[in-house]
Design a protein around this ligand. Structure first.
Ligand code: FAD
Ligand code: SF4
Length: 452
């Protein structure tokens, strides 16, 4: 059995001070060698491992024959964003985890191949005459994009409304360019515009326009894909000290407003000794961004390093780039100097005591160790996000659960007639591929319900 291909990366020294992409993508000969390893298994476990059921052996077979465009045609039947998903999806816990080669620790590099197809394939997108109903999609992240694309492919007249000036949601404002360049997002989003989907930018639904306004404008159904962009903050002492930020704010300032560049009018409060609290992709992205701002960066996480929900690749890259990881620390209080600026943060220790119901280490306080105080002039909090409270203003009409997530039925319908929802707004902070899956599911139900 040939070994799995290795993803080439940019030079470590260069990338520590640059936002250029770290993973460089496979060259053609490496792509072919990897595609040739696939056994074309009859029972297709990889397809079952993919949340949107992409025909993985089908597209790999096309790659073997250098038919990249045909491979793209196959993937985009189920996933409109292969270049994005090839870069950010956790394949190691999905399709690759169940590939027959996974037992030997050499699964087919499905994500790398998917990225190749997205980057080098070309397809003609049909802009069908819009003979079907007018549908509004609120939110232009993965869930909204996938819903809109599926509807447009069935001749529905779709408009996406988003607060930002560009489509992509978190792909645009959250995930840094060194992992997902904005140009890559734009290229995939353009296929949607080519399919005749309209985009109303800078529109906050609930403020600029209400759901009733949209119905009055002739939209027959509305899909809410507003994400989970509201950062959860810690409830420890002194959280309002100067220098405490949510990871979302820090990343948005850098990614969208380029606050690190001299000509930017957006200010950036950049510490030299940064502590990031959290262990997910957001924590890694914030930490790796702070490294690129020449900071000394430590991640403090309450469980073990192995329990971190971030992608293994991200943790690996973060460590390579100089991020230190201190596991089993529980933040207690932030200490500020007399002027109110962050100067230290105090933690107690946790220890592992068995396994919890999710298969992670069960952690409890460790009273045998005395508290530790770390010096810091900036603290970035990345302990999760929730759906925006704006939607809860509709509460009473729109049913939400105790976490603020919109409640939907099997058809992705909310408690308001003709209003559907999906993605992070329903799931809470989840993943790109799950959001894509929900968008498509909602679209298929809308098609079923409103097709003339
Ligand atoms: P979003 O992408 O959040 O998009 C929602 C859109 O709706 C936004 O553009 C928002 O501005 C807009 N909106 C909100 N309210 C309104 C309103 N009232 N009116 C109009 N528009 C509105 N997932 C992975 O799979 N892999 C990763 O590596 C990964 N890394 C991540 C890194 C970061 C920094 C973050 C924050 C998330 C990451 N995720 C990752 C999670 C993933 O990005 C999300 O699960 C996914 O984007 C959810 O898609 P969505 O369409 O539901 O919502
Ligand atoms: Fe190919 Fe692995 Fe899927 Fe089998 S399980 S078809 S080897 S990708």
């Amino acid at each position: 059995m040939n070994k799995r291909v290795i993803m080439p990366t940019s030079d470590l020294k260069v990338r520590k001070s640059s936002y250029l992409e770290v993973n460089l993508g496979l060259k053609e000969h490496a792509m072919i060698l990897e595609a040739q390893r696939c056994l074309q298994c009859k029972h297709q476990p990889c397809v079952q491992g993919c949340p949107v059921g992409v025909d993985i052996p089908g597209f790999i077979e096309q790659l073997k024959q250098h038919q990249v465009d045909k491979a793209l045609e196959i993937i985009t039947k189920d996933n409109p964003l292969p270049s994005v998903c090839g870069r950010v999806c956790p394949q190691e816990t999905q399709c690759e985890a169940v590939c027959v080669y996974a037992k030997a620790n050499q699964p087919i590099a499905i994500g790398y191949l998917e990225r190749y197809v997205g980057d080098y394939g070309n397809i003609e997108v049909e802009n069908l005459t819009k003979t079907q109903a007018k549908i509004a999609v609120v939110g232009g992240g993965p869930a909204g994009l996938s819903c809109a694309m599926t509807l447009a492919q069935h001749a529905f007249d779709v408009t996406i409304f988003d607060t930002w000036d560009q489509l992509g949601g978190v792909l645009y404002y959250g995930i840094p360019e060194f992992r997902l360049p904005n140009e890559v997002v734009k290229k995939e989003v353009n296929r949607l515009l080519d399919a005749g989907v309209r985009f109303e930018r800078n529109m906050i639904v609930g403020v600029s326009v209400s759901l009733d306004d949209l119905f009055n404008q002739g939209y027959q159904a509305i899909f809410l894909a507003t994400g989970a962009g509201l950062p959860s903050m810690l409830t420890i002492e002194n959280m309002d000290a100067i220098g405490v930020f949510s990871a979302n704010e820090y990343l948005t300032r850098l990614n969208v407003f380029h606050a690190n560049q001299k000509e930017s009018i957006t200010p950036l409060y950049q510490g030299k000794k940064v502590i990031v609290i959290g262990g997910g992709n957001v924590a890694m992205d914030a930490a790796r961004s702070a490294i690129r701002q020449q900071a000394d960066v430590t991640i403090a996480y309450r469980r073990t390093q192995e329990d971190m929900p971030a992608r293994i690749e991200e943790v690996h890259h973060a460590i390579e780039e100089g991020v230190k990881i201190f596991p089993l620390l529980n933040p207690l209080r932030i200490i500020s100097d007399p002027l109110g600026y962050v100067s230290h943060i105090e933690f107690s220790h946790n220890r592992v005591e068995g396994i919890d119901h999710k298969g992670r280490s069960k952690i409890v306080d460790d009273p045998t160790k005395s508290n530790v105080t770390l010096e810091a002039d900036m603290i970035i909090v990345a302990v999760g996000t929730q759906p925006n409270k704006l939607l809860q203003k509709l509460k009473g009409k729109l049913e939400v659960d105790r976490y603020g997530c919109i409640v939907v039925n099997e058809q992705m319908q909310t408690s308001i007639p003709h209003v559907y929802a999906g993605g992070d707004a329903v799931l809470g902070a989840a993943t790109v591929i799950l959001a894509l899956g929900q968008g498509k599911k909602a679209a298929l139900n809308i098609i079923d319900q409103y097709k003339k």
